[in-house]
Design a protein around this ligand. Structure first.
Ligand code: FES
Length: 184
């Protein structure tokens, strides 16, 4: 009687099959993770750009700031990136600039109230600043007038005058509601 042979799976074939499946899993995982990592990077990138936006921005000309010691308000205009959307040349804030009689040195104050971020206005008398939101009062050099809810004076900004007379302000935003001037 003829002997019947059953097919026998060889161990080598099992290992090959296992390696093939493992390789497929690793390749599939990489293919999935790569777009996820790219998405996370794209999400973080606008945040990094926002932080890097603290740079000197042209605001006006020296001749546009009378040397009478009175602050004048100027918009700060720049390209803005909000998450994934870019906005070209639009107002991103405002500053008060002033200079003393005969001086070419310009002092700059942010118009953003340190209490909660409202817009500080010059009083009609021209003798002080006042915030309309919670009535904080500031002197013309930004000092706080008690009693005011603002925890600190108005935020001074670095300012420079270029050789061509252009006035540039280092635009920064600071955390509201805290006594220390902490950059956002
Ligand atoms: S936001 Fe200016 S006083 Fe509150």
């Amino acid at each position: 009687m003829a002997e019947q042979h059953r097919p026998v799976a060889h161990p080598v074939d099992s290992r090959r099959s296992f390696l093939t499946e493992a390789l497929a899993i690793v390749t599939g995982g990489l293919a999935t993770l790569t777009p996820v990592a790219a998405g996370v990077w794209a999400f973080l990138d606008p945040l990094r750009r926002t932080k890097a936006a603290a740079s000197y921005l042209p605001v006006t000309e020296l001749a546009a700031i009378p040397d009478d010691g009175l602050p004048r308000q100027f918009p700060v205009i720049a390209d803005r990136v909000d998450a994934w959307t870019g906005f070209a040349a639009e107002p991103i804030g405002a500053v008060y600039l002033r200079r003393a009689k005969g001086s070419d040195t310009v002092e700059a104050l942010s118009a953003t109230c340190p209490h909660a971020g409202c817009f500080v206005e010059m009083e009609s008398t021209g003798k002080c600043f006042r915030c309309p939101c919670h009535n904080s009062e500031f002197t013309l050099d930004g000092g706080i007038v008690a009693p005011s809810p603002s925890p600190r004076p108005m935020d001074a900004l670095e300012c420079r005058v270029a050789e061509n007379g252009g006035v540039e302000v280092r635009w920064q935003k600071f955390r509201a509601g805290v006594a220390d001037k902490v950059e956002q």
